[in-house]
Design a protein around this ligand. Structure first.
Ligand code: FES
Ligand SMILES: [Fe+2]
Length: 359
């Protein structure tokens, strides 16, 4: 009998999530949990990634602790052999293979240096639904690929944080934050598929890290644009240019630099997240010192957020019923949450939306 996988209340199932950096997935099976579901990932002989439920259908031994044989995986307990689709194709000591001797398999795709996984109905998995992060593959941009950060917090707290740039002045005061940020208003536009927040900080000194990147002698015009697409894809655009060179109007100007942080937090459980992120930039492409700064200094900025989010989730867990208030900076994060809520509600109304690939 095929097992059922009920729709999880707080996750959007029918969506791509980053499962791993491509460098993490090898011929050795690895274990990782997404949306409360344990998964094992490995590569076939031709390099194609495979994602299977991390549970043998016999006695639940984790397949991640088993052995890849060619394109198949053999359970490390009693030796059942599963193909890349999760179908059992061999049972040692018997000829008959029960028709329900299979485990769930998940669609995967490789793009932008990541292996992506589709946790919902496999029939709905469509690569066109991946975010369009073309900079990652374009020769005029450099792509920094830091290791994933594991954060003991709900994935939506990560998105909240990315859509709220006022925290830069408090959490990141010594790196990318300046007190000037809160002086300038934000504009928000939104649809059922995106939230976009724009703020321009005009005629102010560039923050410390951007000073090092661009060495802006006078004041700068700095754009902070944050774009969210469900379920959890956020791009934080940072544009810095000499003041008065037309950057807010979209001109490249002189010595304008563009830097984007791409974020794809993947839920592990309700209160834990695999936070995948990367940086793209259109300056100093071949500069190893700059690359080192991105890979170390900028990652350290993100680690400042990890401390905040960990503490926030800890207190939310200890006082689950305590009320929260909203302030103006919550408008973009709340708009993003509304989109996710709509998607979740739509999934719940569609019986069978989360089908079992093993059925
Ligand atoms: S638990 Fe996998 S073969 Fe028995
Ligand atoms: Fe932050």
């Amino acid at each position: 009998m095929a097992q059922s996988h009920p729709v999880k209340d707080s996750f959007v199932n029918n969506a791509w999530y980053v499962a791993a950096w491509d460098r993490e997935v090898t011929r050795e099976p690895m274990a990782r949990t997404y949306l409360n579901q344990p998964v094992t990932l490995f590569r076939r002989e031709d390099g194609t990634p495979v994602a299977l439920e991390d549970r043998c259908c016999h006695r639940h031994y984790p397949l991640s602790q088993s052995k890849v044989e060619g394109n198949n995986i053999r359970c490390g307990y009693h030796g059942l052999l599963f193909d890349a689709a999760g179908v059992c194709i061999e049972i040692p000591g018997q000829d008959r293979i029960p028709h329900d001797a299979r485990v769930r398999s998940y669609p995967t795709v490789e793009k932008y240096g990541w292996v992506w996984i589709w946790m919902g109905d496999p029939a709905l998995a469509d690569v066109a639904k991946l975010p369009n992060w073309w900079w990652c593959e374009h020769k005029d941009w450099a792509f920094t690929k830091p290791d994933m950060l594991y954060i003991p917090c709900n994935y939506q707290l990560v998105t909240d944080n990315l859509l709220d740039v006022t925290h830069l002045a408090y959490v990141h005061a010594t790196s990318i934050g300046t007190a000037a940020i809160t002086e300038f208003p934000i504009a928000v536009d939104r649809s059922d598929e995106h939230v976009r927040m724009t703020r321009w900080v005009i005629d102010r000194p560039a923050p410390p890290m951007y000073q090092t990147f661009g060495q802006f002698p006078g004041t700068a015009d700095r754009g902070q644009i944050v774009e969210f697409r469900p379920p959890a894809f956020t791009v934080n655009f940072a544009q810095v240019a000499d003041h008065g060179t037309g950057a807010p109007e979209g001109q490249q100007g002189t010595r304008r630099i563009d830097l984007m942080a791409l974020s794809a937090p993947t839920p592990e459980t309700e209160t834990t997240t695999h936070y995948f992120f990367g940086f793209v930039r259109n300056f100093g492409l071949e500069d190893p010192k700059l690359e080192q700064m991105m890979a170390v200094n900028f990652v350290n900025v993100f680690k400042e957020d990890v401390g905040v989010l960990t503490a926030q989730q800890m207190r939310m867990d200890s006082m689950p019923d305590a009320p929260q208030i909203d302030i103006r900076v919550d408008i973009p994060p709340n708009a993003a949450r509304r989109i996710v809520n709509q998607l979740r509600a739509a999934e719940r109304q569609t019986p069978g939306a989360v089908a079992n690939a093993a059925e």
